[in-house]
Design a protein around this ligand. Structure first.
Ligand code: HEC
Length: 433
């Protein structure tokens, strides 16, 4: 009895545990805001930036000069984005009605436990992009319904554009050569999905490195992982990649996902090295399609939400996340399915998320056409796939927003910035009392 009282007493005054702020109660009006302009980059790849097409600038880019040493005019990002979002040499598949730029408001704070990054941005649509691809019953089979807007099937009007909103950051602690000057553009290459000279299945099957890491497409990578940084096909050996990783030569990639992480108040946690990889452990989202039958694994629990599936007319009228431990039950193949019934293609679970992949938390709301998001990142992470943030540290950081049902390069991105935890930087994180 006495012991319990003592323990309770200690908990109340916080002895023995590092103090963490309640992120819902941080007074953000007292924390300075920086507006970071994001722009639509089209297909401006690592390779394009180093070609003749990048007018008179390729030598400087190869030399490692910063993008902003030239692109420093007022409204540079806005002007570039408005141009690149339209059909042109860097955009073969323009998306109708898409904004060329987005202003991202950034605020940062930290305490002895966490860094808190707050973001606000306006969405193109009058609804939050919280829905993602579905499995739809066509009378016989369950098939994927809804695709990102750069896909041909959407552009040709054969499929509806459905994809979750995302807000992503890439963090470097100074160990990735060139990132401080050229940021995310180090990771964006020809050959990747939706980029020029997109990979073929045969090319991927013939690539020793991708086979060794069991991948069947080409995603973000850092130049250091290739013997020729401008050719994704020239991957280094897994032994060499392990050495680069052990030396910290990767960037952290944290993605807040409006459908696949936000319903359980998290962001995902990944990194970019030879590929865009998830951290060790287990993500908070997984496929809801049975690999063999392509039937859903879970459906909504009608006792809790009032329905076991939805139809297309209900899209965007309510929250439609499928959370394993909250509103889902195992799929019943004999529940009288009708053509047009739809169940989310992904299931989300906080309980299932594990290890390094489950480090980050998030709180977000969408109101009056604007997302407000707070990412919560623990300080002092010692995992081999995380950048460790600590008080006094300064990091290079790039920002990206995926808006209006799109993925891959269809985002708005920033030139690189610095963020300092109590230290001088473009964005200064304020120490919370
Ligand atoms: C040495 C100066 C210089 C550097 C360094 C430089 N650029 Fe450029 N960039 C230019 C010039 C000049 C143009 C052509 C502008 C025009 O046509 O209006 C250009 C055009 C572009 C365009 C196409 C915009 C358009 O209007 O068609 C993109 C995208 C771009 N640069 C991105 C970058 C990025 C990203 C970096 C850093 C990795 C970078 N640039 C570094 C000078 C530079």
């Amino acid at each position: 009895m006495k012991k319990t009282t003592l323990l309770l007493g200690l908990a109340v005054i916080g002895i023995g545990a590092a103090q963490a702020a309640d992120p819902a109660k941080i007074n953000w009006s007292r924390i300075p805001a920086v507006t970071v302009p994001l722009f639509y980059p089209g297909q401006s790849s690592y390779e394009w930036l180093r070609s003749d097409a990048h007018k008179g600038a390729f030598k400087e880019v190869i030399r490692g000069d910063s993008c902003t040493s030239c692109h420093d005019e007022e409204d540079a990002e806005k002007d570039m984005g408005e141009k690149l979002v339209k059909a042109g040499p860097l955009e073969p598949r323009p998306v109708k009605g898409k904004s060329g730029h987005v202003d991202l408001k950034v605020q940062a704070a930290y305490d002895s436990k966490n860094a808190y990054l707050r973001f606000q941005w306006k969405t193109d649509n009058a609804y939050p992009g919280t829905e993602h691809q579905y499995l739809r019953f066509d009378g016989k089979e369950w098939k994927v319904f809804g695709f990102p807007k750069l896909d041909k099937v959407v552009q040709d009007g054969e499929q509806m554009g459905i994809y979750e909103d995302r807000m992503s950051i890439m963090i470097d602690d100074g160990k990735v050569a060139g990132f401080a000057n050229q940021g995310c553009w180090l990771t964006c290459h020809d050959g990747q999905r939706d980029m020029p000279k997109q990979f073929t299945k045969d090319e991927v099957a013939g690539n020793a490195m991708l086979q060794a890491i069991k991948k069947n497409d080409v995603r973000k990578f850092l130049p250091e992982t290739r013997t020729d940084p401008s050719d994704w096909k020239t991957g280094k050996s897994v032994e060499d990649l392990a050495k680069i990783k052990a030396a910290g030569g990767f960037v952290d990639l944290i993605q807040w996902r409006a459908h696949r992480s936000n319903p359980v108040k998290m962001t995902d946690d990944g990194y970019v090295l030879e590929f865009r990889l998830s951290d060790g452990g287990k993500d908070m989202f997984s496929s809801n399609a049975d690999r063999a039958t392509h039937q859903p694994k879970f459906m909504w629990d009608a006792k809790k939400v009032g329905y076991k599936s939805i139809t297309v007319d209900q899209l965007r009228k309510a929250d439609h996340s499928l959370i394993r431990e909250q509103n889902a039950v195992p799929f019943d193949p004999n529940a009288g399915w009708k053509e047009g019934d739809m169940i989310p293609d992904y299931v989300v679970s906080r309980e299932d998320a594990k290890g390094s992949a489950a480090d980050n938390n998030a709180i977000a709301t969408w109101k009056d056409g604007m997302w407000t998001l707070v990412m919560i990142r623990p300080l002092g992470l010692g995992n081999n796939d995380d950048k460790m943030l600590k008080a006094g540290g300064v990091y290079n950081i790039g920002f990206a927003v995926h808006d209006d049902n799109i993925t891959t390069r269809g985002h708005h991105v920033s030139f690189v910035r610095t963020i300092g935890l109590g230290a001088k930087a473009d964005i200064k994180a304020v120490k919370l009392p």
